[in-house]
Design a protein around this ligand. Sequence first.
Ligand SMILES: Cc1cc2nc3c(=O)[nH]c(=O)nc-3n(C[C@H](O)[C@H](O)[C@H](O)COP(=O)(O)OP(=O)(O)OC[C@H]3O[C@@H](n4cnc5c(N)ncnc54)[C@H](O)[C@@H]3O)c2cc1C
Length: 476
Amino acid sequence: MHPVIHWFRRDLRLTDNTALHHAAQSGQPVIPLFIFDERVYKSQRAGAPRMAFMLKALAALDANLRQHGSRLIVRMGRPLEVLQAVITETNAAALYFNVDYTPYARERDAQAQQALPIPVHAYEDALLMPPGSVRTGDGRPYTVYTPFKNNWEKQTKPASQHTTFTHQTFHSGEGLASQGLPTLSDLGFSPTIDVPEASEQAARALLEAFMAQGVKQYSETRNDLPINPYAQGAPRSTSYLSPYLRFGLISPRVCYEAARDAWSSTPSAAYRDSIRTWVSELIWRDFYAHILVAFPHVLTRDFADTYLSLDWRHAPDELQAWQDGLTGYPIVDAPMRQLKAIGWMPNRARMIVASFLTKHLLIHWLEGDRHFMRHLIDGDPASNNGGWQWSAGTGTDAQPYFRIFNPINQSEKFATPAYLRHWIPELASVPDKFIHKPWEAPQPPVDYPPPIVDHGAARERTLRAFKQARGEKVDS
Ligand SMILES: Cc1cc2nc3c(=O)[nH]c(=O)nc-3n(C[C@H](O)[C@H](O)[C@H](O)COP(=O)(O)OP(=O)(O)OC[C@H]3O[C@@H](n4cnc5c(N)ncnc54)[C@H](O)[C@@H]3O)c2cc1C
């Protein structure tokens, strides 16, 4: 019997994997294939932490496949050439994969559809609602979140699929060359941080733990700043599922259905409200992916034209200070150090540091977007771009330009002294009273810098620059 190929990309799981489900349904042995593509792992936006997470996820996928009498076939090279070679070697009858949404992925997949000599079956899988399925009355893509969400909520969501795997489902891998999983250094990366366990099982455990309690308090806890959410016993203020969703270690359908079950099983209006709030984050994830597909230019320039002429500053030393967590504002520096240390940052902190870079330092959002992509284990082109353009005021449904976070107020509201001291040990002896603005302490720490900019002056500078770009009158 001719085998079929399932090409894994950002769907590194067996459970509720749409294309894999259909490949298995074909009744032909499925060759599980992963291709290391230089254009992806050598791109400027690739980062060692995310690559380390992915390598762990691939090892876990391989282990899961072995339980079904198979193994992951790993090849390096240009996807089309590799696919052609595997088809020739195995006489494969069809190719299955789940679609991806970056311009590069779409072009690559279109080429595969055109050039391969066998049927190619592409499925929507990574989102709850696929791009193009949620549109305005006259068929245009939404560019504002709330109407998108209202329409999204009315649509029927695809249900998760249960696939029964047996030892017959997969090709055993016998006689098939696999280059085995490379190390980080094989891929040209230096050793990096410890990343969390990356497997379907770990993702499921996080979801279950969050559904058991965290989700019910989510409305209150979502802005908390945990020190390391992946450490044992960490508080469950949010789900921490972003890297798992990023690499498809869990499907969004399974997450959505778990939320729906939690909603049905509680009569508490407050709990239900929290659960809805959490689901609205999954909708943001869909929204930004839809935006990327409809407006792929967002990856390299502003979504809107309004601020294209904005006079962003070229300030490499300040950019470096921001990247290193040395701006003198603890609420900026703690998360920036957290990002480098653990490859993750809470959402509230992402908004604060992004606002600081773009509004206080007036440095282009693309610099921040790139830095995040190099360090985040959950770095996702659509969500990261959406978050950055929202913060900079240049995106869809963005923060208005005049809303500029006050870093001291944000710190007082959201950061605990323990969080700030953990990531900035220089603040160890600064009393709680001054922890959010250590420069005002009777004895400011000698080894921690004073603020890189004055909040009031930076705010005025930004308002002027944005008004100028809008063609509005600016007071001299
Ligand atoms: C500047 C900036 C950059 C960001 N970059 C990324 C990124 O590269 N990858 C990424 O997954 N998220 C990104 N986000 C969104 C958000 O910060 C993270 O998804 C969230 O912090 C992950 O934590 P969690 O899994 O505990 O989320 P939860 O609060 O538990 O939310 C559940 C899931 O919903 C999705 N989600 C939550 N918030 C958002 C959001 N605002 N936009 C899109 N999806 C969301 C994520 O998949 C998340 O795992 C960014 C936000 C900002 C402001």
